[in-house]
Design a protein around this ligand. Structure first.
Ligand code: HEC
Ligand code: HEC
Ligand code: HEC
Ligand code: HEC
Ligand code: HEC
Ligand code: HEC
Ligand code: HEC
Ligand code: HEC
Ligand code: HEC
Length: 337
């Protein structure tokens, strides 16, 4: 009985404490509001919400300023989907730029002609369309992703988590929608496209030993998927070794004598793009090998000349450094044959 009031006060204290927490909690919740309201996002992606879709013909009826863009677009794979028989999602100007009724309000051929006579170019009210220059990169990509879902375009499966997406690179940074009727990134133009944002990689490929990317024998996308992937560094294959042995199959193994587990990651000795050292090596020989091995003196090496060779190219003798099925004369695996 005597405990009752005491319990009551402690209950009140707990309640009071809780309300303090709740109050603090609310204050922080209030602070972390989204950068834009949902409505703003929708507007960014759809243009003005009070606008209607009017179709490409209506959009471009009054003036012919965009005829070249239209011609290119009609010839593109996406433009070809305009025919309803294709069964594909219909793609037209408004699929990306948002509904256009407000943009062309009052835009009559007469007005365009009058302006032209006065030496003026009539602009539609393009501010009512999606503002391609201002919307965040991810929102810009969403315009594409509403049709190019991961299911429809398989290589986009990893896009959302990809470094490019997270680094504010959007689809149209690489796929230039209005550059011509070919929306594909052409292999021959790809290197320059990538170098635009990766100038340091261009520098590596100009080093004396390099993969023949500048010679256009292989391409960035042989090893990387621009849309991301499960492996780090946008690699197409799960491991670096797999990425390399797709072309250098003879290095894949397994061999009876392996160089420990080094060849699991070719980067232990090689750099993928370019190097000042021959054979894309991280370091010049013998220093490459001496990082992990002490020097050795063979009893047979007596002349100065013989001794010198020991310190120049270890692989002159250890020629099967990537692994071999043949034991060395001593019966061990020392990669001498
Ligand atoms: C698949 C999406 C897509 C379609 C379809 C499309 N555009 Fe574009 N358009 C873009 C993007 C993205 C830009 C932003 C500039 C860029 O990256 O090329 C753009 C830019 C423009 C611009 C320049 C405006 C600016 O902000 O620089 C004009 C004009 C234009 N488009 C007209 C058209 C017309 C006309 C059509 C229909 C024939 C059309 N577009 C169809 C995606 C599209
Ligand atoms: C309204 C739907 C729609 C939108 C929005 C859309 N696409 Fe497409 N796109 C298609 C269809 C349909 C095809 C043709 C079928 C296919 O190849 O999957 C296509 C094809 C492509 C192709 C392949 C062209 C080829 O020759 O194989 C590329 C690249 C492409 N789109 C990029 C984009 C980019 C970048 C955007 C955003 C700026 C975008 N698309 C927005 C529907 C759309
Ligand atoms: C960093 C540059 C880059 C970005 C960003 C990018 N792509 Fe690509 N995309 C490429 C390259 C390069 C190819 C061709 C080689 C390949 O298949 O990887 C390609 C291929 C494609 C294809 C297949 C048609 C073809 O050319 O074989 C489609 C469709 C496509 N991309 C859509 C998109 C969409 C949608 C986005 C945004 C969500 C996007 N891409 C972002 C570079 C890019
Ligand atoms: C519009 C600019 C832009 C273009 C074009 C571009 N990239 Fe990137 N890329 C970036 C940015 C930004 C990052 C992230 C920061 C960084 O590592 O430099 C990145 C990162 C990468 C990475 C490292 C990924 C990781 O997880 O660390 C690879 C690989 C890559 N890009 C390859 C390519 C290839 C291949 C192309 C051409 C098909 C290309 N990029 C075109 C901007 C671009
Ligand atoms: C022979 C395969 C191969 C080719 C071709 C290739 N890369 Fe790489 N790239 C790699 C590997 C492997 C890595 C990971 C390197 C690491 O983690 O040390 C890498 C890493 C990168 C990175 C991340 C930054 C860095 O230096 O680690 C970028 C960016 C990149 N590559 C861009 C490119 C571009 C752009 C091209 C074409 C001009 C290209 N790569 C061609 C294999 C390749
Ligand atoms: C798309 C095919 C392809 C892939 C993938 C590839 N290579 Fe190559 N590699 C080549 C070609 C082509 C050459 C040049 C051969 C020649 O000129 O005779 C080459 C040459 C080399 C050389 C010798 C370079 C020189 O200067 O003599 C080394 C070392 C090498 N690659 C290592 C690697 C490593 C490590 C990887 C993985 C990061 C890799 N390669 C991935 C195609 C590839
Ligand atoms: C322990 C260091 C080491 C590792 C790990 C290594 N390499 Fe090498 N690689 C070398 C050396 C050293 C040379 C140069 C041989 C010479 O000049 O005599 C070379 C040369 C090459 C060459 C060009 C000459 C040839 O033999 O065809 C290719 C291609 C190559 N390596 C691919 C690979 C691949 C792929 C991997 C991963 C599976 C790998 N290397 C792992 C040390 C290594
Ligand atoms: C990143 C460290 C590393 C580099 C670089 C490296 N190795 Fe090795 N190497 C090892 C390891 C680990 C083993 C296996 C352990 C052992 O038996 O000593 C090994 C084993 C060997 C063996 C067999 C040793 C034995 O007793 O059976 C030879 C020979 C050898 N390496 C030569 C070379 C040569 C030549 C180079 C340079 C082209 C080189 N290694 C570069 C780490 C390295
Ligand atoms: C003149 C030829 C020759 C040169 C050059 C050479 N080696 Fe050797 N190396 C051998 C022979 C032969 C063996 C013993 C082979 C056997 O097991 O039967 C050997 C054995 C080894 C072993 C196994 C352990 C040991 O000492 O027996 C290692 C590790 C090794 N070499 C590393 C290197 C490194 C690192 C270099 C470069 C600094 C190098 N070798 C240069 C011929 C050479």
């Amino acid at each position: 009985m005597t405990m009752e009031p005491y319990r009551k006060t402690s209950r009140w204290m707990i309640l009071a404490l809780m309300s303090v927490f709740v109050f603090v909690g609310c204050a922080t919740l209030k602070e972390s509001k989204p950068i834009f309201l949902n409505k703003e996002y929708e507007k960014m992606i759809a243009g003005r919400l009070d606008a209607d879709y009017v179709g490409t013909d209506n959009c471009l009826r009054a003036c012919h300023f965009h005829d070249a863009r239209r011609r290119n677009f009609d010839l593109s794979t996406m433009g070809a989907q305009l025919s309803r028989e294709s069964g594909m999602p219909i793609v037209n100007c408004e699929s990306c730029h948002g509904p256009g009724s407000l943009a062309i309000e009052g835009l009559t051929p007469e007005k365009v002609a009058k302006d032209a006579a006065a030496g003026r170019q009539t602009a539609c009210d393009y501010k009512t369309l999606v503002d391609m220059k201002k919307i965040p990169a991810q929102a810009k990509s969403l315009i594409c992703l509403k049709c190019h879902t991961a299911n429809a375009t398989f290589n986009l499966h990893n896009w959302n988590a990809s470094t490019h997406n997270l680094s504010d690179v959007s689809c149209s940074d690489c796929h230039n929608i209005h550059a011509g009727h070919n929306l594909k990134v052409k292999p021959r133009e790809m290197t320059d496209l990538c170098y635009k944002c990766h100038p340091d990689i261009r520098a590596s490929f100009s080093l004396p030993s390099h993969h023949p990317v500048p010679e256009k024998k292989i391409f960035c996308t042989d090893c990387h998927d621009a849309h991301g992937g499960m492996a780090p560094k946008n690699l197409r294959k799960d491991t670096v070794k797999e990425a390399c042995t797709q072309c250098h199959a003879e290095k894949e193994g397994p061999f009876l004598y392996e160089h420990a587990d080094l060849t699991e990651d070719c980067r232990a000795c090689h750099t993928p793009h370019g190097s000042v050292n021959r054979s894309l090596l991280n370091q010049r020989q013998p220093f490459l090998c001496l990082q992990c091995h002490p020097t050795h003196q063979l009893s047979s090496a007596t002349t100065a000349e013989e001794k010198r060779t020991l310190y120049t190219r270890c692989t002159d003798c250890h020629s099967t450094i990537h692994g071999t099925d043949l034991p060395s004369p001593s019966g061990r695996g020392t990669f001498v044959r």
